[in-house]
Design a protein around this ligand. Structure first.
Ligand code: GLA
Length: 387
């Protein structure tokens, strides 16, 4: 991979002298969905697929970007004076956002750079290709300019750039999972205070299979922000009765006792999901620790039902993938993963059922939806690195 990138770098930017090659993973969330902006727990892991980048510092303040995933766009030129978001800048808004966010923290770049990217995360699949580019950029900036930031800061800076430069009000999960990734481990993260613990994922005789719905994201981002504000309103209503600082502070019982403080059925359902999903995540990690993978799977399934019925972020494509998966013996658990409204599902499937799973779910999906899904048997990898 390193050679491919350096060769292309030389082709695009003249030569590859002094260029270095880096990698940042994508992520998949095993359980704990739409809890990260509600002060709850999440349980994601970094993948071995992600974004590769070749980069070189320049002596002037120019920025030159090239993506091997969007070759038609050619070299996109900009400069350190132009670190403002713009529609026409396309994917370069992600690295530029991170450069801007470093500047906001008093780490202004003194020189520009040439940056070439190649991602092998399926396009727009909800495996966090944008967060991967953000963390990758931060990692490169730290290496080039010696900024004193930890990997956890790279996550926070990435999220800051996404929130304030790219205007997506996301939580911390994606960037954190990528910046802090650890081979064969998922990260049990409490988003209320960023305390976390690595939990080994040793699935004896089973693997993690991702199914991409290939549904084009449409209203996704605006619906995401809508869910966030529904939860914020529900929290404010509950706070009239109970002393909590986030929905993640509630257990199921306390929620049931005070739920009438929320004055709308819809908001009550949203809050219910946030509360129950957080508790499910805690229980799922406990189950995993005592090697009860079956219980982990049941909690994954319950997570999907809650995202479908109470949080209403699934849609026909994701529901079809999951409901077809549930029919296959050998599927331990299956649910949508990420923001929803399209994107992917994550399933834990026994080794000897994986072929059947891909064949049968794929066939049923295409028959019902009219186009094909893609399947990936994935592995859990490390965080960002220089190659
Ligand atoms: C997206 C966001 C995350 C998280 C998930 C839902 O991936 O970027 O912060 O909220 O959706 O769990």
């Amino acid at each position: 991979m390193k050679d491919i990138l350096l060769k292309k770098f030389a082709q695009v930017f003249g030569d590859a002298e002094g260029a270095k090659v880096y990698f940042a993973p994508g992520r998949v969330n095993l359980i704990g969905e739409h809890t990260d902006y509600n002060g709850g727990h999440v349980f994601p892991c970094a993948l071995t697929i992600g974004t590769y980048g070749a980069a070189r510092k320049r002596t002037d303040n120019k920025l030159r970007f090239y993506s091997m995933n969007f070759e038609k766009l050619g070299v996109i030129e900009s400069s350190l004076e132009e670190l403002t978001p713009s529609k026409g800048a396309g994917w370069t808004n992600y690295p530029k956002g991170v450069m801007w966010a470093f500047g906001e923290r008093g780490m202004k770049m003194s020189q520009g750079m040439d940056l070439l990217l190649l991602g092998n995360i399926p396009n727009g699949s909800g495996l966090s290709s944008s967060a991967s580019v953000e963390v990758l950029t931060g990692y490169i900036l730290r290496d080039f300019f010696g900024y004193e930031v930890e990997n956890q800061d790279l996550a926070l800076i990435g999220q800051y750039s996404e929130n304030h430069f790219n205007m997506v009000n996301c939580g911390i999960m994606d960037q954190f999972a990528i910046a802090m990734g650890k081979k064969d481990c998922a990260i049990f993260l409490d988003t209320a205070d960023l305390s976390f613990e690595y939990a080994p994922i040793a699935l004896k005789g089973a693997k993690i299979v991702i199914a991409s719905s290939n549904k084009k994201r449409g209203l996704g981002d605006s619906k995401y922000n809508e869910r966030r504000s529904e939860c914020e309103t529900a929290l404010a209503e509950l706070q009239q009765e109970v002393e909590i600082s986030s929905l993640g502070d509630l257990d199921e019982e306390t929620f049931e006792k005070h739920k009438e403080a929320i004055h709308s059925d819809v908001r009550r359902k949203r809050a219910k999901h946030a509360v129950y999903e957080n508790r499910r995540t805690i229980r799922a990690v406990e189950a995993l620790k005592r090697n009860d993978v079956e219980e982990f799977g049941r909690l994954m399934n319950a997570s999907h039902v809650s995202l479908r019925d109470d949080y209403e972020v699934t849609g026909m494509e994701l529901d079809t993938l999951v409901e077809e998966a549930w029919k296959i013996p050998g599927v331990i658990g299956s649910r949508m993963t990420g923001a929803g409204f399209g994107g992917c599902t994550v399933s834990i499937v026994k080794d000897d059922s994986i072929d059947d799973f891909i064949k049968q779910v794929g066939k049923a999906y295409e028959a019902k939806i009219g186009y094909a899904a893609d399947f990936y048997v994935v592995e859990i990898g490390d965080g960002p690195a220089e190659l």
